[in-house]
Design a protein around this ligand. Structure first.
Ligand code: AMP
Ligand code: ZN
Ligand code: FE
Ligand code: FE
Length: 295
């Protein structure tokens, strides 16, 4: 469904020139993780937003991608298989994106992802118990009814809002679910280097997700991140202003890393983030980004 668009002036052509070029978004979530759109609805959204190449990067699962394949094919939206892993780096949570995993090494990677899911479920059992201990009438089943295969803290937060225990999701996290809050329970997560190694061993591209959200000095961390095998940075992201995008593009160039980008679309839970264009159109992903990754 490649759309006829005006070429921006920075591509060196007269602005009135009309050519075919793809709108790219390599970071999105379905309701198989913490997004609100079903895989089919995400494809409908991509069609509406005129996104031609869509990366589905659910947290710790490929279920959204798997289910979107048929709809994507029918709608002419090219799908890129991806995943977003929550990893630990020096005790802090760092998100890692994996793309273009080799088909023949995918089964082993998928088995590992199932192990991550088992660890998540075990944490959720303890989280439900902890919230009940704090006096809330909340069961694991209620959270799982919302989060299904990838139930996480956001789904517990939704239940807390629905039951009137907190005013909104922000309050649920600030007061109970955040790492620093009283309802937090530990989850066994892979170390950053382990996540990178798993993705790279499966032939994939490992990209540091939304570096602006890394709780630490990213420029200073770069040598260590590269040492662990990281081979891309998500320079384009809805949370990045022009200065941040430039910083991460410069770092990628300096350390010889590939560049990825996407909106991090989550549907109704993050209404300000639009597929393909980010927040108020701040996402401007170069037309040749996917081409470069494929190379
Ligand atoms: P989980 O993987 O179940 O531990 O939940 C992690 C998810 O919860 C993240 O991907 C975020 O979407 C969300 N999250 C974590 N911390 C916060 C916070 N302080 N405020 C809002 N959302 C958060
Ligand atoms: Zn998410
Ligand atoms: Fe993330
Ligand atoms: Fe994300």
């Amino acid at each position: 469904m490649q759309t006829l668009r005006k070429v921006p002036t920075e591509y060196g052509l007269h602005w009135k020139t009309w050519v075919w070029f793809p709108l790219i978004d390599l970071h999105s979530h379905t309701n198989e993780s913490d997004g609100t759109c079903s895989p089919a609805e995400l494809i409908e959204e991509a069609v509406r937003a005129e996104v031609d190449i869509l990366g589905i990067t659910d947290h710790d699962t490929f279920k959204g991608y798997d289910q979107a394949l048929t709809a994507g094919h029918e709608a002419g939206v090219e799908l890129v298989c991806g995943i977003e892993l929550s990893t630990k780096l020096h005790g802090r949570s760092v998100h890692l994106l994996g793309y273009f995993l080799a088909q023949d090494r995918l089964p082993e990677f998928r088995d590992w992802v199932l192990e991550l899911q088992a660890a998540r479920r075990e944490r959720n059992v303890r989280l439900a118990a902890r919230l009940r201990e704090l006096g809330f009438d909340i069961s694991l089943e209620e959270a799982e009814a919302r989060g299904r295969g990838m139930t996480g803290r956001p789904h517990f937060a939704q239940v807390m809002v629905a039951k009137g225990y907190v005013a909104n999701l922000r309050e649920a996290f600030d007061d109970y679910l955040d790492e620093s809050a009283k309802g937090y329970v530990y989850r066994e997560e892979p170390q950053f280097g382990q996540g990178v190694a798993r993705i790279r061993n499966a032939g994939g591209i490992a990209s540091l997700a939304h570096p602006v959200r890394v709780n630490g000095d990213v420029p200073a961390l770069m040598p260590e991140l590269c040492e662990s095998g990281l081979n891309a940075l998500e320079a384009y992201h809805s949370d990045h202003g022009p200065a941040e995008t430039k910083l991460y593009l410069d770092l990628a160039r300096r350390y010889g890393l590939l560049v990825t980008g996407g909106s991090d679309f989550h549907g109704a839970v993050k209404p300000g983030v639009k597929l393909g264009t980010g927040c108020d159109g701040n996402l401007q992903i170069p037309l040749d980004l996917v081409e470069k990754l494929r190379r």
